[in-house]
Design a protein around this ligand. Structure first.
Ligand SMILES: [Zn+2]
Length: 166
């Protein structure tokens, strides 16, 4: 088990070092185990709690969630825009505008835009997205004419427009 690292080989022969290394590994494993156990316990409690709820309690919870949602829609413009984009996306999905043709459209727009981000004018590398030039939430469409190549980071900087999730 000799490696090309003489220092490391010497360390491996040192029992004290090996014991320290083992103790360190044991500690790491314990933390990982405890994390996982804790998570599972929490989930089990939550499941049991939900299973024990009566229909009336469930209805009450749904009502409370809906009320919270409506309050946020009224008070938080970014939340409202995200919700609108989500709705439009679902509509587009139902109509079949998004789905099977998507991969082809991505390739088409990459070619058309010559691999250049329409927001900053630089070439894109790995993390690129199709940006809705006019956001869906603002009435833009999910069509080639309204889609342009963008860095994921540039797209995210467009702010409250969450349509880059497409
Ligand atoms: Zn860019």
């Amino acid at each position: 088990m000799n490696s090309t690292n003489p220092r490391r080989d010497a360390l491996r022969k040192n029992p004290e070092w090996r014991e320290r290394e083992r103790a360190y590994e044991r500690a790491r494993r314990r933390v990982r185990y405890e994390d996982e156990t804790l998570r599972q316990e929490k989930n089990a409690k939550l499941r049991a709690w939900r299973a024990g709820m009566t229909e009336a309690q469930k209805a009450k919870q749904r009502e409370a969630m809906l009320a919270r949602h409506r309050r946020r829609l009224a008070s938080d413009p970014a939340y409202k825009a995200a919700h609108r984009a989500h709705q439009l996306r679902n509509t587009a999905k139902r109509r079949g505008a998004i789905g099977a043709g998507e991969a082809v459209q991505r390739a088409f727009i990459f070619e058309r835009d010559k691999g250049v981000c329409h927001l900053c004018g630089l070439k894109v590398k790995k993390a690129w997205v199709l940006d809705h030039v006019i956001p869906l939430a603002a009435g833009g469409s999910h069509t080639k004419a309204n889609l342009a190549l963008a860095h994921a980071s540039c797209n995210a900087r467009k702010g409250a427009n969450l349509t880059h999730l497409f």
